[in-house]
Design a protein around this ligand. Structure first.
Ligand SMILES: [Zn+2]
Length: 288
């Protein structure tokens, strides 16, 4: 199956595919284990810092190995490329999907560079998936004390329509009250503006809608968002937190252990649990 067809299937079937961000080899293994257990398509995501750590070519090679071995639909996406050259590096390296984030640029400039990325990407690999971004998302992928959502930062349906028409992107990351990272102490924030999502859906019905900042968003909101057309949800912070907590707990209780494969096993198990939970929540179980 072509990678774009994996997204198309989710789009038509009204379920979402999780993008799970990783920065190490054993985290990839944990995500794949979850996908195998639940026979689900998955997207492996690497942000700039994450791919600097694991290596761009290494990430491509690892995912290819897993795809060949399992036969599962596994997509490797480069998260938040901030300029043309970083997108080009990813495309040249053989990533399956590239996210160009020009959301902080003026609208016209965002269109121009996204279009350039789109044209270059498709000239190198016609089946690559290109994701654009419109609207402002506060926060980074960690724990925040407080994050404010301003209505003016949400994606405007009319702008989205113009953006898609001029760039031709396959997917669009939108701002509908979602934030990157998680709020301290609470799992029932942020709240999504589902009416806005419906308006965006109507304005650009053929585009895959992407929700960044899925960590910590209320389960009900995520399920409603999927019903209203979100086909890809990015999860990063919840994975980081689960990994770190399991590692910390193991090391505290096993001060003399030195074998990396023993030390990292509980962390992998914790990541796998988060991913399995999301796969079930997003409805992609059994859809591989
Ligand atoms: Zn993001």
């Amino acid at each position: 199956m072509k990678l774009i067809e994996i997204m198309e299937k989710a789009h038509i079937g009204r379920y979402a595919i999780g993008q799970f961000n990783i920065s190490t080899d054993e985290q990839i293994t944990a995500v794949i284990e979850a996908a195998k257990n639940l026979n689900s398509p998955v997207i492996i995501g690497t942000s700039e810092g994450e791919r600097d750590f694991i290596g761009v070519d290494q990430a491509v090679a690892l995912v290819k190995t897993w795809r060949d071995e399992t036969g599962l639909p596994i997509i490797l996406n480069a998260d938040h490329c901030k300029d043309f050259n970083s997108a080009k590096e990813i495309i040249d390296a053989g990533y399956d999907s590239v996210h160009f984030d020009g959301s902080k640029l003026p609208f016209k400039e965002n269109i121009e560079i996204t279009k350039r990325v789109m044209e270059y990407a498709k000239s190198v690999n016609p089946s690559i998936i290109v994701e654009g971004e419109l609207g402002y998302l506060p926060g980074g992928s960690d724990i925040h004390k407080e994050v404010k959502i301003n209505i003016v930062d949400l994606t405007e349906p009319e702008q989205a329509k113009e953006f898609v028409k001029k760039t031709g992107v396959d997917s669009l990351a939108i701002a509908i009250g979602n934030i990157h990272g998680m709020k301290e102490g609470g799992a029932d924030d942020p709240h999504l503006y589902l009416d806005r999502l419906e308006d965006i859906r109507r304005a650009i019905p053929g585009v895959f809608l992407v929700l960044h900042g899925g960590s910590g968003t209320p389960r009900e909101d995520l399920q409603k968002a999927i019903k209203s057309g979100i086909v890809k949800i990015n999860i990063n912070t919840e994975i980081r937190v689960a990994y770190k907590n399991a590692l910390k707990e193991f090391l505290e209780q096993n001060l003399d252990e030195v074998k990396p494969y023993k030390i990292l096993s509980p962390a992998m198990e914790a990541v796998k649990k988060v991913v399995e939970d999301k796969i079930k929540l997003f409805g992609s179980e059994g859809k591989a």
